[in-house]
Design a protein around this ligand. Structure first.
Ligand code: M6R
Length: 627
């Protein structure tokens, strides 16, 4: 979490840094700061709270500096106070550093540096870095290298343990910006006589599309003349930027009140893009009408699938499990990545391991995959890792880690609450399960064609749902804005959607919400129910419809107000539910892509009515790069 930016060039840096930080605020927003070098001094301005606080402070200052670094923080070490905000400086205030990540050995380093006379001003792990760099700068032999600053940073990072990305400037080297990547994202942007760095591309896309993502263990020296890349040993590396397929307007709200609402409305387009990319014309296809670009040997003798993910991606993986088991007949386990890393399943042969992460940067998911890769190394061939990533950011750390990726086609998502990336992940799982089913011949071709044709109808069904539900959910939001607890029920393939509906409500409206498999209610949670606890039940005709309706009746008998996500013309449902969030009649197997939409809208409207910051909910960050 945390976002970092840097600039060196011919323009005033402050506004460029602030504009970049605005685009990175989704990564953390409890304090922010920038440092520049001007007239031989480091100027550092920091503010607690959202970025506009920093902006107001900076408005009173004239600063034409053409080099600078900036940071937006999600607190890990030390409270969200101004003294803990980045950039952090050394004792003499000559070196300034911004960091995204965690320095695990900061306590030992801090003690050692204190003994050498360094004075610390914050509670953060980051502050050891400028002090360490200053220490190396002090002790470098005169004229030891063409860039003593680069050398000092390189020596310092060799002492750091943890996952981090940093950007560093120094008052004594006003033409150098040094950036480092070690297991936290960092991208460099190439302009004409100006260069940028950032934790993520939206921060620099307004200035350049020529980008180079750094790899782990790389250091870059940015000067007005160009960019040099080195490894931690000091060897120069040859690397070329590539062109980014992202326009500045893709990261604007385009008339919507919030990014989240815009992203909910983009979902029909996401499904269309996925259909086009993953599914070929049935007549043209020989073996399988699905094209994911995965090598055939990937599927050979496949016995089991293990999936690791967090949050909303974990919910998508649960839908994936249902599809992979029911369509392709492969036993599939879904794990919280943060748990799996420390308690993995026993090693099984012929196992596909899938990491699902929209950002491609979630530390828990990356660590679980790295652990799995490592423990399978050197094993018999059937135990070797077959790794697959499902991500919306193929250029991410996940993309560097795994050999095969299913690229989800949501486009950039800014709202911290995942919406369109969830739908895109579902589409990836439909494609994967159907492809496996085709190869394993577990589903007859006619049935595959029927399912794919059903998927092709989904975009217009989502459009119809959005049109019908905007005012319905707004109306319900009025009734529920002060509600304290919510229960979401679903069964079978819609159980993960109940979990997702509850998560959306919790994270943006701060209302306590739980998702349950409807049949589990009677085993305990039913004790929670009374007239103050509304129950949202997803009831789609199919294998468990009658069961869900019965479970909903049980809730109604305990006075709960019942809200049904159910087909438009269902008479029985209309009688039972107090309120309806009607969806079209679709095949139960495809229904999660549709049933999640009213739940997203409900959460959105409740949070908006409560006057909350929908796109940047408290305590959260879009990209969780710490464990
Ligand atoms: O980038 P990832 O998909 O790995 O992120 C995982 C979770 O942090 C994420 O889904 C989180 O739960 C979202 N806030 C959900 O809206």
């Amino acid at each position: 979490m945390c976002g970092i930016v840097g600039y060196i060039g011919t323009q005033a840096a402050t506004e460029i840094l602030l504009a970049g930080l605005e685009k990175l605020e989704y990564r953390g927003y409890d304090s922010a700061g920038i440092a520049t070098v001007w007239e031989g001094e480091v100027n550092c301005v920091r503010a607690k709270g959202k970025l506009h606080n920093l902006r107001s402070k900076l408005e009173q200052l004239e600063n034409p500096a053409q080099i600078g670094i900036g940071h937006t923080r999600w607190a890990t070490h030390g409270k969200p106070e101004e003294y803990n905000a980045h950039p952090h400086l050394d004792t003499a205030m000559r070196v300034a550093v911004v960091q995204n990540g965690i320095i695990e050995n900061y306590r030992e380093l801090r003690e050692e540096l204190k003994q050498k006379g360094h004075e610390f001003r914050s509670e953060t792990d980051t502050e050891v870095i400028p002090h360490l760099i200053a220490e190396f700068l002090k002790n470098l032999p005169a004229s030891s290298s063409s860039s003593p600053f680069l050398d000092a940073v390189r020596q310092a990072v060799n002492y750091l343990k943890g996952a981090f990305a940093i950007a560093v400037i120094c008052a004594d080297y006003p033409d150098e910006l040094i950036v480092v990547r070690q297991q936290a994202p960092l991208v460099i942007g190439f302009g004409q006589g100006e260069f940028f760095c950032a934790s993520d591309t939206p921060a620099i896309v307004a200035y350049t599309r020529a980008v180079l993502p750094l790899e782990n263990g790389e250091i870059a020296r940015l000067t007005p003349l160009g960019v040099e890349i080195y490894n931690f040993a000091g060897d120069r590396l040859k690397k070329q930027p590539r062109m980014l397929n992202l326009s500045p307007t893709m990261v604007e709200k385009q008339g919507f009140k919030h990014f989240m609402l815009k992203e909910i409305y983009e979902q029909p387009g996401v499904v269309r893009a996925s259909l086009e990319a993953y599914f070929t014309n049935i007549e043209e296809s020989s073996e399988s009408p699905i094209n994911l670009g995965l090598p055939r040997e990937f599927y050979a003798d496949l016995a089991q699938i293990q999936i690791v993910a967090c949050g909303t991606s974990w919910h998508a993986a649960l839908v994936g499990k249902y599809l992979l088991e029911q369509l392709a007949g492969i036993s599939t386990q879904v794990h919280y990545a943060s748990e799996y890393r420390y308690a993995p399943s026993p090693l099984t042969p012929n196992t596909l391991i899938i990491g699902v992460t929209q950002s491609g940067e979630t530390a828990d998911t990356l660590a679980a995959l790295a652990m799995e890769k490592e423990r399978r190394q050197g094993q018999e061939p059937q135990y070797q890792a077959r790794l697959l990533g499902i991500t919306n950011r193929p250029e991410s750390s996940l993309g560097l880690m795994v050999p095969h990726i299913i690229n989800t086609l949501a486009g950039i998502e800014i709202g911290v609450a995942a919406t369109k990336t969830f739908i895109a992940q579902l589409m990836a799982f439909y494609a994967l399960a159907l492809d496996l089913a085709a190869h394993r011949q577990t589903v007859p071709l006619e049935k595959l064609v029927e399912i794919i044709n059903g998927l092709r109808q989904i975009p217009k069904e989502i459009e119809a749902t959005l049109e019908a539900q905007e005012s319905l959910t707004e109306h319900l939001a009025h009734d529920f804005a002060e509600t304290k607890d919510f229960i979401f029920l679903g069964r079978g393939i819609n159980f993960p959607i109940a979990l997702e509906g509850a998560l959306k409500l919790k994270e943006i409206s701060y209302i306590h919400a739980e998702g349950y498999p409807a049949g589990e209610m009677k085993h305990g949670p039913i004790a929670l129910l009374d007239a103050k606890v509304p129950v949202v039940a997803i009831a789609i005709p199919g294998s468990v419809y009658e069961k869900v309706i019965s479970n909903a009746q049980e809730a109604k008998a305990r006075d709960s107000r019942l809200i049904g996500v159910t087909p438009v013309n269902d008479g029985e449902a209309a009688e039972i539910f107090n309120d309806l969030l009607p969806v079209s009649s679709v095949d139960e197997l495809l229904s999660p892509i549709l049933t999640v939409v009213p739940l997203q809208l409900l959460a959105y409207h409740i949070a908006a009515r409560r006057g909350l910051d929908v796109d940047q909910p408290r305590n959260l960050a879009k990209s969780v790069t710490v464990e």
